[in-house]
Write a protein of this length. Structure first.
Length: 353
């Protein structure tokens, strides 16, 4: 098994599943957390290790540590492992997704940006999403006629923050997620609702359905539900534990308990809320995005730039959504016909900033 992003939360949970089911690790790919990576190398004894750059490589306790984007793509192509777990964060995960596709490997995908940016060019036939919402939809789908797919959102760290003070929200407040422990970028994306916007587009590419919506469910125990044409609905309910979708993505089926069952007597109440565009301005383009998913490269590229500006205290929290919306309007008629165009547009946007 090739694990891209082994030191992040998905990567760590993936290795926990590998340990539980006695699965061998062929390759570990990580960024800057060399201390944790060294612990993983000692425990899982991979054949290959790849890190972000040469400086990090010098701190790795492995005889032939490689580094850089090309090394990641090379190890995917050269490895005999048939499973790639892509838990890289951001646009850096796109090329490894395409390479895994090209090599015909089974892809367990936690890098949602791959589908957001280039869903039309990704073969989803050998792809399984590592995402509680999409796992829930996959778990529920059957041959009954479907009316609508629904995913849930936690609402992020600022879901109860005073609206009039949102523009002054500080980074530490944005990162204080009520339900999940995740990396910095995805936690910020949760607060802006960009993460859920991306998941809607993921669902479009994964399941071939355009009638998709989301609702805030504050406990994160209901991950998704499906409305059927007959008027009934079915929900996927589980405690928030990423090991569950990871196990299914890797193994295909699971015949043992991964997480404890919910005791419904302990659920005092379930609270659902509409995604309010006054709190989450980015949500106003959800339907436009579904109609023209080529906007994904614009939204993702601008989002990554804006997040970094917010982290650097160059803009305020609400500016993230504002900047994205301005660029969506600028590129609203975009049509993309090749992967090469995607990379060209990414570079153009970065130059514009």
């Amino acid at each position: 098994m090739i694990v891209l992003g082994s030191t992040g939360s998905i990567g760590v949970n993936t290795l926990n599943i590998a340990k539980e089911f006695d699965l061998s690790i062929d390759t570990l790919v990580a960024g800057n957390n060399y201390k944790l990576l060294n612990q993983q190398i000692k425990e899982f004894k991979p054949k290959n290790v790849v890190v972000a750059n040469k400086e990090i490589a010098q701190n790795i306790d492995f005889s032939n540590t490689k580094y850089g984007e090309k090394a990641i793509l090379d190890v995917i192509e050269e490895s005999k492992s048939e499973i790639v777990i892509n838990a890289l964060v951001g646009e850096v995960g796109l090329k490894p997704t395409l390479k895994a596709n090209e090599c015909g490997k089974k892809l367990a995908l936690a890098n949602k940006e791959s589908l957001v940016i280039a869903g039309k060019f990704v073969d989803t036939s050998k792809l399984t999403p590592i995402d509680s919402e999409h796992f829930g939809l996959w778990y529920l789908l059957n041959d009954r006629p479907i009316k609508k797919l629904n995913i849930t959102a936690s609402g992020g760290a600022l879901r109860d923050y005073p609206l009039e003070k949102l523009h002054n929200a500080k980074l530490d407040e944005v990162l204080n997620h009520p339900n999940w422990s995740m990396g910095m970028k995805i936690t910020i994306d949760s607060a802006t609702m960009v993460n859920k916007l991306f998941e809607v587009i993921e669902a479009k590419w994964l399941f071939g359905i355009d009638n998709i919506d989301a609702v805030i469910e504050t406990s994160s125990t209901i991950h998704s539900f499906i409305d059927f044409i007959d008027g009934s609905s079915t929900a996927h309910i589980a405690y928030p534990d990423m090991r569950l979708p990871i196990a299914f993505a890797i193994l295909g089926k699971v015949e043992k308990e991964i997480t404890k069952h919910i005791d419904f007597r302990e659920l005092q109440k379930l609270e659902f809320r509409e995604i309010d565009i006054n709190r989450y301005p980015i949500w106003e383009i959800k339907d436009e995005f579904i109609k023209n998913p080529d906007l994904g490269v614009i939204i993702n590229t601008v989002n990554e730039i804006a997040i970094q500006k917010f982290i650097n205290k160059e803009i305020n929290f609400l500016d993230i959504s504002r900047i994205i919306l301005e660029n969506v309007e600028k590129y609203q008629n975009i049509k993309i016909d090749s992967i090469e165009e995607i990379f060209e547009i990414q570079q153009q946007i970065k130059m514009d900033f």
